[in-house]
Design a protein around this ligand. Structure first.
Ligand code: UTP
Length: 408
């Protein structure tokens, strides 16, 4: 893209200030900025002020899932089916590690966080150890894809190299970067990070599949016979990855997708809840639940909307591919955004100062024909690390690890 084309593109969105310092840049700086402008999807800016999904929830029904008890009754058969798919090379794993982990407040990628007490135990180490329990039992490897962002890619790769992939076969590991989106102030004006760069941030965890495809990895996986992708977040250190029983259950029930879920521990627990809307699976965020939905119960008094998602899904690739052409809604999220001050210095605000634009995985699930809620035991499989202290923190995750016999 040349200067004129870049100017025209920016002008359509009232953002020509992005080129303000162009004359003062070196050739390299100019190219960097023009490349950024070419790659940037500026249409996300139109989402500012648009209505969120909140309040649009009508025609909701419960989504039938598999309870712990039901899973227990069929565990052997599900596990056999899942192992069969793993051994046939039909399953790959996707770790979503492109987030910024701002709540944890570390400058390093979240996967590098050390939760050890008497020895180092990194978040990534916990994930790789859990995965290797399955590969050892299966007697074969599983492709492991790691989504990073421009912000944390190099550090993540270096960390894995330094730790020799925590014993995993590095030939099975592939990194890919997610797309980035510009961040803007409350007036919708793109922030600059430096004279030759806009403030860019990862475009949310819902962009993983299109990023995987654009990186050419999807075709490679399919050619190798992969049919299912187990996708999960970085921060649950008790995460069961490529869980054969889960995989077998979703295959057995012939669903496009499966979602690991915990039973809500209280009416008001802050988790997204699985349901059906207009014949499609959907996830309602806790802040969108009405009192009617929160209290809805069956004749035995059990809550009808009680399966809270834990960001661990199994997707059938063939069904995901049909969603590639769809435009998912852009979520406008208030965040702290570092920007260039008047003297060219970097300003890191203490409070949110603008908007980031994110695609969310929950919207992807809505466009699939079916999703199987699969209940897991919270104490054994759910130890998320979002914050430094308090709820979903390093402290609470440590306690859960220790209770599960994991030496820290
Ligand atoms: P979170 O919603 O916890 O976001 O991500 P975050 O950016 O990691 O943390 P905060 O909100 O700034 O504290 C849930 C999962 O989705 C991944 C994260 O890495 C995590 O595994 N994610 C999130 C991405 O891969 N890309 C994104 O753009 C956002």
């Amino acid at each position: 893209m040349n200067y004129t084309e870049a100017y025209e593109k920016l002008d359509r969105y009232g953002q020509t200030h992005v080129l303000k310092y162009y004359d003062r840049l070196t050739e390299t700086g100019r190219k960097k900025l023009l490349d950024q402008i070419e790659a940037a999807d500026l249409s996300v800016l139109d989402s500012i002020g648009s209505k969120s999904a909140a309040g649009t929830w009508t025609a909701i029904e419960p989504l039938q899932g598999l309870s712990l008890e039901e899973i227990g009754q069929e565990r052997e058969e599900f596990t056999r089916k899942g192992m069969e798919a793993i051994r046939a090379g039909q399953v790959a794993c996707v770790l979503l590690a492109g987030g910024m982990g701002t709540r944890l407040g570390s400058d390093d990628p979240k996967c590098m966080y050390d939760i050890g007490i008497t020895r180092p135990v990194y978040i990534m180490q916990r994930l790789m150890e859990n995965l290797q329990e399955v590969t050892t039992a299966a007697g074969c490897g599983i492709p492991f894809l790691i989504m990073t962002s421009d912000r944390n890619h190099d550090k993540t790769v270096r960390f894995m190299e330094e730790h020799a992939y925590f014993g995993y076969d590095r030939e099975l590991v592939t990194f890919f970067r997610q797309d980035m989106a510009p961040a803007a102030d409350y007036q919708g004006r793109i922030y600059m990070e430096s004279m030759d760069s806009m403030s860019l941030s990862p475009n949310g965890n819902g962009g993983w599949f299109s990023s995987l495809q654009r990186a050419g990895i999807l075709d490679r996986l399919k050619a190798g016979g992969v049919r299912w992708l187990n996708v999960f977040g970085v921060d649950n250190v008790l995460q069961r990855i490529a869980d054969p029983c889960f995989i077998g259950a979703v295959i057995d029930r012939d669903c496009a997708c499966g979602a690991k879920a915990v039973r809500k521990n209280s009416r008001d627990e802050k988790v997204g809840v699985l349901c059906r809307q207009d014949g499609h699976p959907a996830i309602i965020e806790y802040y969108e639940m009405t009192d009617d939905l929160l209290d809805a119960a069956d004749e035995k008094g059990s809550l009808l909307y009680s399966y809270g998602v834990i960001l661990n899904y199994l997707f059938r690739i063939a069904d995901l591919e049909k969603t590639l052409a769809e435009d998912f809604p852009v979520h406008v999220v208030e965040k702290k955004i570092a920007f260039m001050g008047p003297e060219g210095e970097t300003v890191s605000p203490a409070e949110p100062n603008g908007y980031k634009f994110e695609l969310l995985m929950i919207d992807q699930i809505r466009s699939l024909p079916s999703c199987l809620p699969y209940e897991v035991e919270r104490e054994r499989e759910f130890a998320p690390i979002k914050n430094k202290t308090g709820r979903d923190s390093v402290e609470s995750a440590r306690q859960l690890c220790l209770r599960n016999g994991i030496q820290l």
